[in-house]
Ligand binder design. Structure first.
Ligand code: GLV
Ligand code: MN
Ligand code: MN
Length: 426
């Protein structure tokens, strides 16, 4: 028996079917669809809502149609496996998430999962059997918009958070318990977490969600890692009283404290300079009435930096000003960490593989860190990991106007295909 040359085994000429991938993106995007006044088509599929269940059911039906073996674990992560020729070999995994923020798009997360299915269908159509199994995963609650922290499902998958603790997280919107919602939608699965064995390698195709690639006119972002993320919920309590009768010097107004603090958060990011970013994205005022001094104000602070030491400094400064302003006003303050992840660097060989594969396929590339959090940063704890970015039109994401062109979707999926083929032949 003569061994086939390596180049043949890697199927260099193989390409995904771009129309088929686009149709799946369209179909999944119809579930929880949100239509904007200017023709925007976005998505609202918050984690573990009915819309998330419907999206899951559709993707699982596709996995089953492709003859994949579908497993659902105790935190609701779904992993579908296509067998390889070596039954003892660890799988090469691709994946992402299909939950969205309330004002989300149709590409964030969905692209990585559906490109995975497209790879499997391409291999099946061309009768290609890889040595290693290929797995396509979608992880529960990547967004963290309903249940903090973000990347919760992949964090539990790799053993970074105990499943019991994760199941007890309550929703920011309606206070529902994560475990109850997971059971309600039928996705509390039997497979134990953390996973019994981890993949040989993991790679994730994702939209950039920022303006850098478009600005540079580059097709493929070779992702070197993910910046550190710090989410804090700040609650300030004062004295609710009559807006007309309470003299200014006798007030304990938590919204006045929050206003000063929020202003300062932005100033601090400014003098730290790039890549430090800081966002207050949520503000809740009680009782939120025109003639009542508020009793309680809750807001969130999202701080990110690629440098852990700088991120710690930013946290220290921001938390100190919040405390100082609360004390000036005679208010009480409590702070609760919602998410805290250190910066992550991806595997050098995996980064090189994404770059080399993209260039071989004729695409322009640029190395860049990720500004957004991704399931890949959790998988990086347990196996060699990389990510492939494609451009976001106008740099928009977490916005219903989020869009990536069919040509860029196709390019990214073909890079993903050949990264997977290379690792699955090992
Ligand atoms: C999660 O995806 C985040 O980056 O906020
Ligand atoms: Mn995402
Ligand atoms: Mn997102």
């Amino acid at each position: 028996v003569r061994l086939r040359p390596v180049t043949m085994a890697l199927h260099h000429d193989l390409r995904i079917d771009a129309d088929r991938l686009w149709q799946r993106l369209e179909a999944l995007g119809e579930i929880g669809a949100v239509h904007g006044p200017n023709g925007e088509r976005g998505c609202a599929r918050l984690a573990l809502t009915d819309a998330d269940r419907d999206g899951r059911d559709l993707v699982v039906s596709w996995m089953v149609d492709l003859g994949m073996n579908v497993s659902i674990d105790a935190i609701g992560n779904v992993v579908a496996t296509r067998a390889g020729s070596d039954p003892t070999a660890a799988a090469v995994m691709v994946g992402s998430h299909i939950d969205t923020v309330r004002t989300g798009g149709r590409f964030d997360g969905n692209l990585g999962v559906l490109a995975g299915l497209e790879i499997v269908e391409t291999l099946a159509q061309h009768d290609v059997t890889t040595r290693r199994p290929i797995q396509v995963a979608f992880f529960t609650d990547e967004e963290g918009a309903r249940f903090a922290p973000d990347m919760l499902g992949s964090l539990v998958y790799v053993g970074g958070l105990a499943v019991e603790e994760a199941l007890d997280v309550t929703a920011a919107d309606d206070g529902a318990r994560l475990g109850d919602e997971l059971s309600r939608i039928g996705y509390a699965g039997p497979t134990p977490v953390p996973a019994a064995g981890f993949p040989h390698a993991y790679t994730e195709l994702h939209i950039e969600q920022g303006p850098v690639l478009e600005d540079d006119g580059v097709t493929i972002g070779v992702v070197t890692g993910v910046q550190g993320i710090s989410w804090t919920e700040v609650t300030i309590t004062g004295q609710s009283a009559h807006a007309g009768t309470t003299p200014m010097q006798l007030r304990r107004d938590p919204l006045a404290v929050a206003a000063r603090a929020i202003h300062e958060v932005r100033l601090i990011a400014g003098y730290f300079g790039a890549p430090q970013v800081a966002t207050v994205g949520m503000l809740d005022v009680v009782p939120n009435l025109v003639n009542v001094i508020p009793s309680t104000v809750t807001f969130t602070i999202d701080l990110r930096n690629t440098d852990e030491a700088r991120l710690k400094e930013a946290e220290a400064e921001v938390f100190a000003v919040c405390r100082a302003y609360a004390s000036d006003e005679g208010c009480e303050i409590t702070m609760r960490t919602l998410a805290r992840f250190e910066p992550v660097e991806f595997d050098d060989a995996m980064i090189d593989l994404v770059e080399g594969t993209s260039q071989r396929l004729g695409f322009t590339t640029r190395r860049m860190p990720s500004g957004a959090g991704h399931d890949a940063q959790m998988l990086a704890r347990v196996c060699p990991t990389s990510m492939v970015f494609v451009p976001s039109v106008n740099g928009l994401s977490h916005n219903i106007a989020e869009y990536t062109t069919p040509a860029d979707v196709e390019a990214g999926a073909n890079v993903l295909l050949h990264v997977v083929l290379a690792r699955a032949a090992e």
